[in-house]
Design a protein around this ligand. Structure first.
Ligand code: SAH
Ligand code: SF4
Length: 438
């Protein structure tokens, strides 16, 4: 989502004369877009701000030039004025719900009088209403935020406090942005939301649409070839979305569905509002409708009170689901969340050991999943050049990275059939199936 927000910030600033600069040392304006989901984000932000002061701001000042520094995103939201106190060279602090105000804030920066600006409210008029702007050229794969915020209040999570209450964008705005993205070069769109499958809005038929119905509508855009979405919550998956995975070929066979733990006791303490069994049932149903779908997930290891028995329950759940790939993180206490006061902390060595065990199991499942594809042919979206000569990097429908070679120099953005020749932990390699033209 931060990647999407950064792209929108650059779209927003373009009409004001700004363009993206590859080398930040030459930049007139630096927007540091920050994430607050796990610890160290705050310290990372301050150390990066120190680098920006030394390498950019002070260095430019010596040559009589000015640069503006803005901190955006969820660390900005959480830290607010503290940022100006600890890093007085920062000119603007702007939260994730108010970055539409950046052009105005930038125009007010007066480097001589050192005016500082902070804008971290959750505005009642959603920012998207102010983002009806042109879109810069996009890669073949683009993001589109359709839903933001969260009302679920899992006890470990900062999202409800930094991104605010759940909000779904209206259908017309989403369709308009999707069309603009396709015109700007996107062949694939990933719909984004903290709980993307909680998205709902009233459709032209006056009925409430859910994510499945929205995807069906988006699939009518001719030049849009691949649709994905992330991240989903197990409680918000409805039958229409599951049917859409069966019926709409443009919706990729990949579902990222975090569960966090396999222990009902821990799930309860996390306020996840579902049991391990209920999660497994959801996956079974999805697989009933689309047997080849790849399942991914998120796990938090070492939540307060997690015993060996709870940890084993997580390993059992992973074995039962058999993931194509998944993310796992050590529990990280977040200021302001209910779990910070849970006292029964897991010893840090035990946490590390458990994390390794979970990651070893997930890695072996990923390797097994990838190997299944050797000798099969996949329809691949070509994303960019690889590091080697004549090499391209693409993405398979199952969200795997795949490398292949071609003499053609204009494949980016096209779809090609690739026969998989080898499988690795994090990628596949292959050859173009028919090389009549390419
Ligand atoms: N809405 C999604 C998750 C969004 S946050 C869901 O409910 O599943 C993305 C991931 O960050 C989470 O799935 C979780 O695994 C991880 N995460 C969030 N807070 C965390 C914390 N305090 N410590 C460790 N990992 C955390
Ligand atoms: Fe955070 Fe997801 Fe829970 Fe919402 S549902 S509080 S985003 S982990």
């Amino acid at each position: 989502m931060n990647f999407y927000d950064s792209e929108r910030i650059s779209d927003l600033l373009k009409p004001h004369g700004y363009q993206l600069e590859n080398n930040d040392e030459d930049a007139d304006l630096i927007v540091l877009n920050t994430c607050h989901i796990r610890e160290k984000a705050v310290e990372k932000t301050y150390s990066e701000l120190g680098r920006i002061r030394d390498k950019i701001k002070l260095r430019k000042e010596k040559t009589g030039k000015k640069s503006i520094v803005a901190v955006a995103g969820c660390v900005a939201q959480a830290q607010g004025k503290e940022i100006m106190k600890r890093s007085p060279w920062v000119d603007i602090v702007v939260g994730p719900q108010s970055y539409q105000n950046l052009p105005e804030l930038i125009s007010k920066v007066d480097p001589i009088n050192n005016n500082k600006h902070i804008n971290i409210e959750f505005p009642t008029i959603p920012k998207f209403d102010h983002l009806d702007i042109d879109i810069n050229k996009r890669n073949s794969s683009a993001f589109l935020t359709i839903q933001e915020g969260c009302d679920k209040f899992c006890t470990f999570c900062v999202v409800p406090y930094t991104r605010g209450a759940e909000y779904s964008r209206p259908i017309t705005a989403i369709l308009e942005e999707a069309n603009k993205l396709v015109e700007a070069g996107a062949k694939e769109i990933t719909l984004l939301g903290q709980n993307v499958n909680a998205w709902n809005a009233v459709g032209k038929d006056k009925k409430t649409w859910g994510l499945g119905r929205l995807i069906q509508e988006l699939s009518k855009i001719k030049e849009l070839k691949f649709i994905r979405y992330t991240t989903s919550h197990p409680l918000d998956i409805d039958i229409e979305l599951i049917e859409t995975h069966r019926d709409i070929a443009k919706l990729m066979p990949y579902l990222h569905l975090p569960v966090q733990s396999g222990s009902d006791k821990i799930l309860k303490m996390m306020n996840r509002k579902h049991t391990a069994k209920e999660y497994i049932k959801v996956i079974e149903k999805v697989r009933d409708y689309n047997p080849q779908i790849a399942i991914s997930g998120d796990f938090i290891i070492g939540f307060p009170g997690e015993t060996d028995k709870d940890h084993k329950a997580t390993l059992d759940l992973i074995r039962e689901i058999n993931y194509s790939q998944a993310y796992s993180f050590k529990y990280s206490p977040r200021p302001g969340t209910p779990a910070v006061v849970f006292f029964d902390h897991v010893d840090k060595h035990i946490k590390t050991e458990r994390l390794h065990e979970v990651q070893d199991l997930l890695r072996s499942q990923q390797m097994q999943f990838n190997k299944k594809f050797i000798n099969s042919t996949l329809n691949v979206l070509v994303l960019k050049y690889g590091k080697k000569n004549k090499q391209y990097l693409g993405r398979t429908p199952f969200n795997q990275s795949i490398y292949f070679r071609s003499n053609s120099n204009n494949l980016i953005g096209s779809t090609v059939d690739i026969t998989v020749t080898d499988a690795f932990q994090n990628s596949l390699t292959g050859i173009i199936k028919s090389n009549k033209n390419i």
